[in-house]
Design a protein. Sequence first.
Length: 365
Amino acid sequence: GIAHSGTLISAVLFLFRAKFRKAFNRTAEAMTVIAVMTAGLFPLIHLGRVWFFYWLMPYPNQRLLWVNFRSPLVWDVFAVSTYFTVSAVFFYVGLLPDLAIARRRVTGIRQWIYRVLSLGWRGTATQWTHYEKLYGFLAAFATPLVISVHSVVSWDFAMSVIPGWHTTIFAPYFVAGAIFSGCAMVLTLTIPMRKVLRLEQYITHDHFEALAKVMLFTSLIVAYAYILEYAMAFYTTNVFEQAHFNFRLLGDFRYPYWLMCFCNVLLPLTLFVRKLRRNLAYLMVVSLLVNVGMWLERFIIIVTGLSHDFDPYVWGNPNLSWIAIGITLGSFGMFFTFFLIFVKVLPVLAITELKEERAHETIHV
């Protein structure tokens, strides 16, 4: 979810000219790029023989092998790689003016690196004109791209015939869930970062309240999707679908399921209270639990679908191995390591956008 949400949040808020975007856009974009890099390793890990990954690429070869373009997994490869490219370019273009500012504040090898990365940015009127056109185009291009990419990811499940997966609601359900978990992760990263880096004057309670409202709105969409899943299963009188959803409610994974409902549906409803939306400690707790709930949602979708399908003979519960646990913990470690590197070496806020906002405020005053 978080791998497909940061760019969408930043791009959509830019297109709607939301002022609170300036406090979160850099964090959201960096989060997306790092999360996609981390998530991109999982298809390679699950190949088993990673050194044969190039067999999945469509190129002429002597093995008489070709990619099955009717497989949603192949769609994933093209969709996610395209999304990563656009997200990285969108993130980098937004960094250009700030890299030029950082270039003047450091010396030695860091100055040379910033000078190379800033691509000769001087801040002339012509450069700003081209920059604003390109940034607006990338934002407009990234918005439908993110929606389509997450829809393709959902079709990995929806194109199968497994009970609980074969449903048309998965595409909007996954998109809403991505925005929901993305907002929660941005809050989880930004609240401690604001305290540690002393950014209180740049990231205010008003900014957090606005993002909490977006998270509350998307939580309502996710709750509607949960209800609609059950309504469609029992409306169609499909006994396999009904048995699957009964298994979710009352089966071996009922405790993770009800915890997921609490974290993703009931807890965000407390954000209707304005005092709670402006309480950073409470927002931190809510965002952490929403991240837990969204992870449990993926767990419930995958595990219950595979452990309780058509044939009772193959019913059973998975046994977690230390390898699976290690891969999961390693992915968390990789994400947070790269994010801390980003915080250390790159501006975590859009300096030029903040300067522009302050200039407008001064003029109006």
